[in-house]
Design a protein around this ligand. Structure first.
Ligand code: PEP
Length: 250
């Protein structure tokens, strides 16, 4: 049985007090959702510590949205994986399209970040996905394959067991445009095939999340697909009610 996951990427939203409030509201309503759903929240670095504290005793895990490619040293403005782990975080999002697009993250950088994440016991949520132009040109399969081959294929079998993948078509992120459940299933199944070509049967255990304008009204239809194991949620993760309602989509 693959893990079912609903992860919230808060991006650069919420002040510390608002983040703590949001986390507490998610924890308060968590009981309404099947225990089989694993919730993760990924606040900004500035209040990771307070959110971890607020969620102590709950079943909601905390992740960071990024980590540095280096272990420590003269890298002004960066946050090391060891620092994130020391706060009690369990996950880290790596390779989000906004990081690839606005901060020039390449597979080379992401390989280094993966090394740091694993070295510090953080489980990566590795994002892949194509742009609108790539989708229109029918290149979405190749783009996702390359993003996986260039980074995930460098993991050991042991590391692969802790990996979560998020398929996030760039054209669906924050646009209100969602991939259809069929489009999601088609590419999730393909991603699983690519993973199986390297990791064999273990690919059947890897959670693959869908991300891109996922909301309470469309989550159930998308999550019903065989190879969709949950969602990475942006905008709708900022309202506890919506985030929890997405979890009820299972
Ligand atoms: C995201 O950026 O990870 C995301 C899925 O955003 P949204 O849900 O707002 O499209």
């Amino acid at each position: 049985m693959r893990k079912k996951i609903v992860a919230g990427n808060w991006k650069m939203n919420t002040l510390p007090a608002e983040g703590v409030e949001l986390a507490k509201s998610v924890a308060a309503g968590r009981g309404e959702v099947c225990e089989c759903v694993n919730f993760i929240v990924c606040p900004p670095f500035t209040h990771l510590s307070q959110v971890v504290e607020a969620l102590k005793g709950s079943t909601i895990a905390v992740g960071a949205q990024n980590c540095a490619a280096e272990a420590k040293g003269a890298y002004t403005g960066e946050v090391a994986a060891s620092m994130i782990a020391a706060l009690g975080c369990e996950y880290v999002i790596l390779g989000h399209s906004e990081r690839r697009q606005y901060y020039g993250e390449t597979s080379e950088t992401l390989n280094k970040k993966m090394v740091q994440a694993y070295a510090n016991g953080l489980k990566p949520i590795y994002c892949v996905g194509e742009s609108l132009e790539e989708r229109k040109a029918g290149k979405h399969f190749d783009v996702c394959k390359a993003q996986i081959e260039e980074v995930v294929f460098n993991l050991s079998e042991e590391q692969f067991k802790d990996l979560v993948i998020a398929y996030e078509p760039v054209w669906a992120i924050g646009t209100g445009e969602t991939a259809t459940a069929e489009q999601a299933q088609e590419i999730h199944a393909y991603i699983r095939e690519v993973l199986a070509s390297k990791f064999g049967a273990a690919a059947a255990e890897c959670p693959i999340l869908y991300g891109g304008s996922c909301k309470p009204s469309n989550a159930a239809e998308i999550f019903a697909k065989e190879d969709v194991d949950g969602g990475l949620i942006g905008g709708a993760a900022l309202k506890a009610e919506d985030f929890l309602a997405i979890g009820k989509g299972f």
